[in-house]
Design a binder for this molecule. Structure first.
Ligand code: IVH
Length: 682
């Protein structure tokens, strides 16, 4: 086939696939069979493979994912992403209505819709193409998750011809259907991976995954509830939602107009009745003043619009008997009291345990073993005890006496003045704390062994195979194959973990790769108090090896820029403990990078930028932000995240934050482009 011909065919296929996709995922009304759909997609993929420069980022073939994002770029929202004020009862809602009426009089309408319980997303379209998907972040800037969002089939990548503006944004909620959540979560439990508390956490974790192909497998969905453009083209919210629906967006049918609070309250009651049948989670409803002019008249507070409010449904509550109070020791040594309950059915699951948080809460509620307690389920994994049914209390009951010693290792508990939590101070000998150290060691910013999740660490620890971080490197095929364990999790579910052929191969590979992590990562991974990733970097750059670092005196440590007494003392204390020194020695024997090794990606290049401090902001054409930062360091310069009078240059790319540029101008800091930077180091 000739290129021109292929181009035409690709365009036709794209159009048709998008249309069928829309019918299937937005309206659940497919008009062709899955087989026919797959055949069209296969043809498209074949053509795109044959003519790779005809492959467009928004081609429907990209829905399967594949792009890997190491670090999500930060992007600034064109229109701030605000939150909503909440109300929890009729009275609070009527107060909202009174405030609105005071400003607008009685001539207005409300639009009522579901409050989806997922993750907020902002989608930018230019000329009908999805160009960016960003999370809410702090409302001003969020993460660019476009590659992951492209895999969500109900989000259009290319809009068919329509009367939409050249550039606009829609806002909505990414979520996971209940049946999808149950399907994947129970599979994860069988595989020994950590399971998620609820679909919201699952959706949010999925959206931040590095591998978009995995995101694609998790079938996220998205409802749109907002439209933003520079020009006001719609008179009201209702009209806006209906029109964007006609452009291809998925808008919920449960959007209604109400004249007054009577209508709103009956909508709230109707939705509450049906909410469990929806198949996805909502945590309330949202009430918005419909007219855009009237919305503008009401305006905003610092955090939320005055023209909208949410009404949150009450968490379901039941009573049951508190059988015993036991204690859990966290990875950091924090102690959490746990209520062990007579099993009770609540919000779709059987609850056997609930958190009692800390000694103060137990005292405040005066909960005692044997009491009948009120249990509620909020958004968290672990349900809460919210009160005691005093009328049912046994006459001989006595107040609960809080634990004095660690249930795991027997060490006397401590509580710092002004803190609510008790702690077990036995960092180096208390099992959950040791497991916590191993978890930190393998985490992404440390040794990055992602095949070793917490369930697997638990199992290896319990089998005595990994007692400290160095033991990880002693693991081999024979030690791992066929290992199996069953364990109860926080909520009392039994979780199975087992090591099959493929798991073992992945694990061993992950461990082997981690041996190449540079010294700074190894240092950070050890979890020395006050030695975060930045400090670890500085120490590695200064001392070049663990040997030098371990030998450094307090004075030598403090002499390093930005290393203070607290950090110095903590490092000295760490190496003084024989067990720690031994772990470091073993890591060296296992071939980890205990010295700074210069290779082609981190070797110093010059000292052209010596004494210069840079802030890198925005996106660039030739380099990624990380590459630029690395170049700055390799030429002797320093990176900083915020502009101040000490900054030498603001290296600004596309979409560089206007606040940063303004600050640079104020402080007379030179703003340079990517090309100008290249000249600096040339
Ligand atoms: S409107 C300016 N409508 O609730 C107000 N938000 O606290 C913009 N949410 O982060 C929000 N369903 O993610 C709106 N129908 C709905 C919603 C909704 C869920 C979420 C949204 C936001 C949070 C507000």
């Amino acid at each position: 086939m000739k290129k021109e011909e292929a181009e035409k065919r690709i365009a036709t296929l794209t159009l048709e696939i998008n249309e069928h996709n829309h019918k299937y995922y937005v309206f659940s009304q497919p008009v062709i069979s899955d087989r026919e759909f797959d055949r069209m997609l296969e043809e498209l993929i074949k053509l795109e493979t044959e003519f790779p420069n005809l492959l467009k980022p928004n081609s429907p073939s990209q829905r399967v994912g594949g792009a890997i994002t190491k670090e999500f770029a930060t992007v600034r929202h064109k229109y701030a992403m605000l939150s909503l004020g909440n109300t929890y009862n009729e009275e609070e809602l009527l107060e909202f209505d009174t405030r609105v009426r005071k400003q607008l009089g009685d001539d207005f309408e409300y639009a009522c819709e579901l409050k989806f319980d997922g993750v907020a997303i902002s989608l930018t379209y230019v000329d009908g193409q999805l160009v960016q998907a960003a999370t809410r972040g702090d409302g001003v800037q969020g993460d660019d998750v476009t590659a992951n969002v492209r895999t969500i089939c109900s989000i259009p990548l290319t809009l068919p011809q329509g009367d939409y503006p050249d550039r606009f944004e829609v806002r909505g909620e990414i979520f996971m259907h209940r049946h999808e959540f149950d399907r994947i979560n129970s599979q994860r439990a069988t595989d020994g991976a950590t399971s998620y508390a609820n679909p919201r956490n699952f959706a949010s974790g999925t959206l931040k995954m590095q591998d978009s192909a995995e995101v694609a497998r998790r079938n996220l969905d998205c409802f749109i509830y907002g439209f933003y453009a520079d020009e006001e083209i719609f008179a009201n919210h209702f009209e806006a939602m209906h029109r964007i629906k006609s452009w291809g967006f998925k808008v919920s049918d449960m959007l209604v107009k109400c004249k007054d609070m009577t209508g709103v309250l009956s909508y709230i009651a109707d939705v509450e009745k049906d909410r469990l049948q929806l198949g996805f989670d909502i945590d309330g409803v949202v009430i918005k003043v419909n007219s855009h002019l009237q919305q503008a008249e009401l305006g905003f507070t610092a955090k939320s619009p005055r023209w909208a409010i949410s009404y949150k449904y009450k968490a379901e509550s039941v009573t049951t008997r508190l059988l015993a109070i036991t204690y859990q020791v966290g990875r950091t040594g924090a102690i959490t009291p746990v209520a062990n309950l007579e099993p009770v059915w609540l919000g779709g699951t059987t609850v056997k345990r609930a958190s009692l948080h800390n000694a103060d809460i137990i005292e405040k509620l005066d909960v005692r073993e044997g009491d009948f307690v009120y249990v509620e389920k909020g958004g968290e994994i672990i349900p809460k005890i919210t009160g005691v049914d005093i009328a049912k209390r046994e006459p001989d009951s006595t107040p609960h006496v809080y634990a004095t010693h660690c249930p795991e290792c027997g060490t006397a508990l401590q509580r710092t003045e002004g803190e609510v939590q008790h702690y077990c101070p036995n960092e180096g000998g208390c099992p959950p704390q040791l497991k916590g150290k191993i978890e930190h060691f393998v985490s992404r910013k440390a040794m990055d062994i992602d095949t070793l999740g917490s369930a697997r660490i638990d199992m290896l620890y319990e089998k005595g195979l990994v007692k400290n971080v160095a033991d990880i490197y002693s693991l081999d095929y024979d030690a791992l194959i066929g290992l199996e364990s069953e364990k109860e999790d926080e909520v009392g579910e039994v979780r199975k973990t087992s090591f099959q052929e493929k798991t073992v191969a992945n694990l061993i590979e992950g461990i082997a790769i981690s041996r190449k992590q540079p010294m700074e990562k190894v240092l950070f991974a050890l979890g020395i108090r006050h030695v975060g990733d930045t400090v670890a970097k500085k120490l590695a750059a200064h001392f070049h090896s663990f040997q030098n670092l371990a030998r450094a005196t307090r004075e030598e440590l403090i002499a390093v820029p930005e290393i203070g007494e607290v950090i110095a003392d903590s490092i000295i204390a760490f190496f003084e403990v024989a067990a720690n020194a031994d772990v470091v020695k073993k890591l060296a024997e296992y071939g980890l990078q205990m010295e700074v090794v210069h290779n082609e990606t981190n070797a110093p290049l010059s000292d052209k930028l010596k004494g210069k401090s840079f802030v890198v902001s925005g996106t660039f054409v030739k380099f990624t932000r990380e590459e630029l930062k690395s170049l700055i360091e390799r030429h002797g310069g320093k990176n900083s995240s915020s502009v101040s009078s000490k900054t030498s240059f603001l290296l600004a790319g596309n979409d560089s934050g206007p606040a940063k540029i303004e600050k640079a101008t104020q402080n007379k800091v030179a703003v340079i482009s990517e090309e100008e930077f290249e000249q600096l180091i040339a």
